[in-house]
Design a protein around this ligand. Structure first.
Ligand code: NAP
Length: 353
């Protein structure tokens, strides 16, 4: 009997895309067993050439090579950005090719439209890597916890900010010094605004809020402040009270009224809360379900192989569900959430700073 083979393509041979190619190669046996057949990276789209790469022969510059090849069933979008990534993703879905992405910006801006396109063409648009990097968070919410009423989700969703706050706290370091150290270590972009101003956390929180409410939440709806105003004296004061300052994305759903609240802000986390001990570049998400209570997921929210691991988990799910649309929790077009302000205490003993 011949073994089934699925060809996939990777758009963008950068940090995450090269991780996807490496993982599919190094964990071939595991991927094959999970997918029920061989998974082969047939094409890699990039603007640049990579003459030294062992995968140089698979690099293409024209996306139509991928789109017009009926033997490519799954596409990984690891390019980032909203323009080409959107055009290429939509075109792939319209050809019936499932797309797995790490691009939270695109999911936030166009996830509704892209999911509708996937549904119309009997394929899937999955985005596990877009929130929490390597942490299997979205799949846990939509599979492991699907029987639950989710009451709140509280997350440390940005490793750069967590690293900076950890350095400031442990080494009495000013924000600017900690930021430049994060940049020197490759944990922060040259333009760090999206991270330190909280927008990256808000984008991820918007995706989580959409999933738990079943309505679309755009990141611009979420009140958002970052860590640029946190100083060493605030961290010391918090520490003296047995608390830590963390940049959190917080979302709460009222089980009676269904009202949804969400905010991104630096907050005081008491020692009794498991998020208190989450330091350096790590991410963690504390989910509260009506029956299960608290569930915490912890891991690497970014990085080549952790993020690639999440992308490949989506690829495997698409292969297992070939020819079918996977319901990933993004609402139908036009179903927009209204957010209400938080009233009463924040979840899990957390306080506003
Ligand atoms: N890095 C992480 O740890 C991480 C974690 C979670 C999510 N993500 C998300 O994953 C996405 C990719 O991130 P990354 O860090 O892997 O970025 P990256 O290292 O910059 O890789 C992107 C690659 O795509 C290529 N590219 C960009 N536009 C293209 C186009 N129109 N056609 C062909 N190739 C194109 C880039 O080429 P050039 O370099 O020549 O521009 C680059 O090689 C982003 O949405 C990011 O937010 C990243």
């Amino acid at each position: 009997m011949t073994m089934k083979k699925t060809n996939i393509a990777v758009l963008g041979f950068g940090t995450v895309g090269s991780g996807v190619v490496e993982l599919v190669d190094k964990n071939q046996a595991e991927v094959r067993a999970a997918a029920g057949g061989e998974v082969y990276v047939k094409y890699i789209l990039d603007i640049r050439d990579f003459p030294e790469s062992p995968y140089a022969g698979r690099i293409v510059r024209d996306v139509d090579v991928i789109l017009n090849d009926p033997d490519v069933d799954v596409v990984c979008e690891t390019m980032g950005g909203k323009e080409h990534a959107f055009t290429f993703t939509k075109a792939a879905l319209e050809k019936g090719k499932s797309v797995c992405t790490s691009n939270k910006e695109l999911v936030d801006a166009h996830g509704v439209e892209l999911t509708a396109a996937a549904k119309a063409h009997k394929c899937s648009y999955l985005f596990e890597a877009s929130v929490g990097g390597g942490i299997p968070l979205l799949r846990t919410l939509r599979e492991g916890l699907k029987q639950e009423k989710i009451l709140s989700v509280v997350g440390i969703l940005n490793g750069t900010c967590n690293y900076i706050l950890t350095r400031m706290d442990r080494e009495n370091m000013d924000f600017a010094v900690a930021l430049s150290q994060a940049q020197a270590n490759g944990f922060a972009e040259r333009n760090p605004d999206a991270d330190v101003k909280g927008y990256d956390t808000a984008r991820k929180l918007a995706i989580l809020a959409s999933l738990i409410s079943g309505k679309h939440v755009g990141y611009e709806q979420i009140p958002c402040s970052g860590i640029t105003k946190v100083d060493v004296s605030a961290l010391k004061k918090a520490r003296a009270q047995g608390k830590a300052i963390k940049l959190l994305g917080i979302c709460r759903k009222d089980p009676e009224t269904g009202e949804l609240s969400a905010v991104t802000a630096p907050c005081l986390v008491p020692e009794s809360n498991p998020l208190y001990g989450v330091n350096d570049v790590f991410n963690a998400v504390l989910i509260n379900g009506s029956m299960v209570g608290d569930v915490m997921l912890y891991g690497r929210g970014a990085g080549k192989l952790p993020t690639a691991s999440a992308v490949v988990s989506d690829v495997i799910e698409c292969i297992r569900n070939a020819g079918r649309f996977i319901e990933a929790g993004i609402p139908e077009p036009g179903v927009k959430a209204e957010l209400v302000d938080f009233t009463g205490p924040l979840p899990c003993g957390i306080e506003a700073l």
